[in-house]
Ligand binder design. Structure first.
Ligand code: C2E
Ligand code: CA
Ligand code: CA
Length: 282
């Protein structure tokens, strides 16, 4: 099967910045998007494969702009990283995810953990640990209920003070996860150097499972390395039962993907969560 490229692998039609004017339009609209309330989050359930229960939600950023329409994060986050706007936007994401988790819990929904994506750019700004501390505090959330997903770039770019920031986050009890594992530089030595709790296997490897030999071998190896290091593993982009079986056979603890659910608006997630977790008691 032919692989889909990075840009087609998303729910929304990307508005690609093909030329400078597109880029300037996106960047100028992005600058005011936060104050105009144009962002919201959608939540994708994470399934614990051994129990078939939803144990967490990953928050994914959505942008709906008056001129540009609905724009997928892959199309606008690189611009927000370039301009630095990702720092306040990313802080909003963390606070909004914590607010939502508190709201769910107050409504009696036992969501254990919420995950947000954090850009390498947020590590260049010294406020990340303080942003997280303030959000946890404001909504009375234990650090262990928040997971921060970062790409390998954060660890390999050697950003000054990253170690201190990670240590501070760890000090709050926050879970730290490497997103898109295997997609980037994949230097393995940082896995033992840094205070990481888990990895997420890039969806790009999931697509070829179980028929594509190289994808299967790579997934297999990643799962074993993670297990050997005592790290948790989440397989993302799980779309069919063959893939699920492959993961279960190898003892992969966690999975996400369209087989279970697409990312959902908060109210729909709450409904899905209740239905799923009562339909399948332990
Ligand atoms: P990601 O963190 O790897 O998120 C998973 C992406 O895969 C999401 O796309 C999700 O909708 C999609 N997806 C989930 N399950 C499946 C599946 O089974 N099949 C297929 N084909 N796709 C699936 P989305 O929401 O468009 O996000 C794209 C990327 O944008 C994310 O990739 C993440 O890197 C970035 N992103 C999203 N929200 C944020 C954010 O708040 N901050 C930052 N810095 N980046 C974000
Ligand atoms: Ca992610
Ligand atoms: Ca990912």
């Amino acid at each position: 099967a032919k692989r889909r490229g990075r840009n087609t692998w998303q729910m929304f039609n990307p508005v690609l910045a093909r030329n400078l004017s597109d880029r300037l339009l996106i960047e100028s609209q992005l600058r005011r998007a936060l104050e105009n309330g144009e962002f919201h989050l959608e939540y994708q359930p994470t399934i614990e494969l051994a129990t078939n229960r939803i144990v967490a939600a990953e928050a994914l950023l959505r942008w709906n702009n008056r001129h540009l329409g609905r724009i997928g994060p892959a199309a606008f986050i690189p611009h927000a990283e370039n301009s630095g706007d990702i720092v306040p936007i990313g802080a909003w994401v963390i606070r909004e995810a914590c607010r939502q988790l508190r709201a769910w819990r107050n409504a009696g929904l036992p969501v254990l953990r919420i995950a947000t994506n954090v850009s390498y750019r947020q590590f260049l700004n010294e406020s990340l640990a303080e942003t997280v501390r303030a959000a946890l505090n404001e909504f009375d959330i234990a650090g262990a209920s928040l997971e921060l997903e970062m790409t390998e770039r954060v660890l390999i770019d050697d950003i000054p003070d990253t170690q201190d920031t990670l240590a501070a986050l760890r000090g709050f009890g926050v879970c730290l996860t490497i997103d898109d594992f295997g997609e980037g530089y994949s230097a393995l030595n940082y896995l033992r150097r840094l205070p990481i709790d888990g990895i997420k296997i890039s969806h790009t490897f999931m697509q070829g499972i179980p028929t594509h030999r190289a994808d299967s071998a790579i997934c297999d190896a990643i799962i074993r390395i993670a297990q050997g290091l005592g790290l948790s593993v989440t397989a993302e982009g799980v779309e069919n039962e063959d893939q699920q079986r492959f993961l279960v056979d190898r003892g992969t603890p966690l999975a996400q993907g369209h087989l279970f659910s697409q990312p959902l608006p908060a109210a729909a997630f709450a409904e899905f969560f209740t239905q799923w977790n009562t339909r399948r008691p332990e």
